[in-house]
Design a protein around this ligand. Structure first.
Ligand code: GLA
Length: 390
């Protein structure tokens, strides 16, 4: 990734000299390859960490004050570890680290004050998990600064999901924090969100690449609509009664849905959940077999299901995926993340990427009046300390 090379110098310029050493940590964003809106339904998902992410330069202080700055934002955040830490709208993005610090304290981690400078290459609110990256980065960095173990990445992911659910107030599943914590170079994570078992699937794209396409349309109302979709899935489970699977809606039988659920909207929600799980299973098989055209078709089918049955795409995501499917070299495309704006991914022949992006850009601009952004990235490692990167 194109890291800012002089973060440590920027840090000293901002905070001045100090007694402790400046340490630097990195957490990636994630792109979900397939398995959308099924992590909270007990499903299988296939996210990958990407090379875009957030970096933190940190230096311990000898008191209990935490000072947080971001290179990209003027907002400065201060947290006093000796006072109760509560959510505060004025704190903006600082609520993610604040919630994590509170949870670490509750878990008995012996935190000291620190000065922190964040810098990011991850577009905010674009569906690439900038919030999970900020949470996991904070948890990992502060555990490391406290000389507490950082090797239990699954526990870090769960702690951060708890913060998102209880402190931030978004009822998200476990996928994003897991991918950010446990990502691996050139691999996607095949994660069973019920058992939390996972293994790595090599993403061997050969002469192809995954292109991330940002609609430049922020995820409007994403949080409230997200919580509404979760409630709809719970409603289906209640209607299924004794036929409801104990391990999540993905395991429901479609014939049971047909016999217990008459509401057409709830039926469509269930159809997406059940069919998306099948697509993830197929995707892991075709990827292992190197059948990229089949993988591309599954991506496109996933998008159609999210558009027609789950209704989480909207004008901008549909326009960019539509443009991608008409563009040269594209084997398949879909929205990624929560939806309602944000990013989509496309599987594209490498040699055709310049023509592909030019074609998507002009079609998307004509359809929406917005300038999209494209990121060339690949599957990357999860959160880690960056040594010797300045
Ligand atoms: C958001 C949530 C995840 C997941 C996706 C949809 O990114 O944080 O837990 O539910 O939406 O797949």
């Amino acid at each position: 990734m194109s890291m800012r090379p002089f973060l440590a110098e920027e840090f000293v310029h901002l905070y001045g000299p100090g007694d402790h050493k400046v340490r630097s940590f990195f957490a990636p964003g994630r792109a979900n390859l397939i398995g959308e809106h099924i992590d909270y339904n007990g499903g299988l998902v296939m996210p990958a960490a990407v090379t875009l992410g957030i970096r933190a330069a940190c230096r311990l202080r000898s008191d209990h004050l935490i000072r947080l700055h971001s290179s990209e934002d003027l907002l400065a955040v201060e947290i006093d570890l000796d006072r109760p830490i509560e959510p505060d709208p004025v704190r903006g993005w600082g609520n993610y680290p604040a919630g994590v610090l509170r949870e670490l304290l509750l878990q008995g981690v012996d935190l000291m004050g620190a000065d922190v400078l964040f810098t990011t290459t991850l577009p905010q609110g674009a569906g690439l998990s900038s919030s999970a990256a900020m949470e996991v980065l904070t948890a990992f960095s502060f555990l490391a600064l406290a000389e507490a173990p950082t090797s239990d990445l699954r526990a870090i992911a769960l702690l951060c999901q708890k913060v998102e659910n209880q402190f931030v107030g978004v009822n998200c599943g476990i996928m994003d924090q897991f991918a950010v914590a446990l990502g691996k170079e050139d691999c996607a994570l095949l994660l069973d969100c019920k058992s939390q078992d996972y293994h790595y699937v090599r993403v061997a794209l050969n002469a192809h690449a995954l292109v991330i396409m940002n609609t430049s349309s922020p995820r409007r109302l994403a949080d409230s609509k997200y919580n509404k979709r979760r409630a709809e899935c719970d409603a289906v489970l209640r209607l299924l009664g004794t036929d409801a699977p104990r391990n999540g809606l993905v395991h429901a039988a479609w014939r049971d849905v047909l016999s217990h659920v008459s509401d057409p909207v709830l039926r469509r929600r269930a159809r997406h959940v059940i069919s998306e799980q099948e697509r993830v299973e197929q995707a892991s098989r075709v990827l292992a077999a190197g059948d990229l055209p089949a993988f591309g078709r599954l991506l496109t089918e996933s998008h159609a299901s999210l558009r027609d049955d789950y209704e989480v795409t909207g004008l901008h995501l549909d326009a960019i995926v539509g443009a991608a499917l008409q563009a040269p070299g594209c084997l398949g495309a879909r929205m990624t993340g929560a939806g309602f704006g944000g990013c989509a991914i496309a599987l594209v022949e490498q040699a055709q990427i310049p023509d592909f992006t030019a074609s998507v850009r002009s079609a998307y601009l004509a359809a929406t009046g917005l300038e999209p952004a494209f990121y060339a990235t690949h599957a990357a490692d999860g959160v880690h300390e960056t040594i010797g990167e300045g």
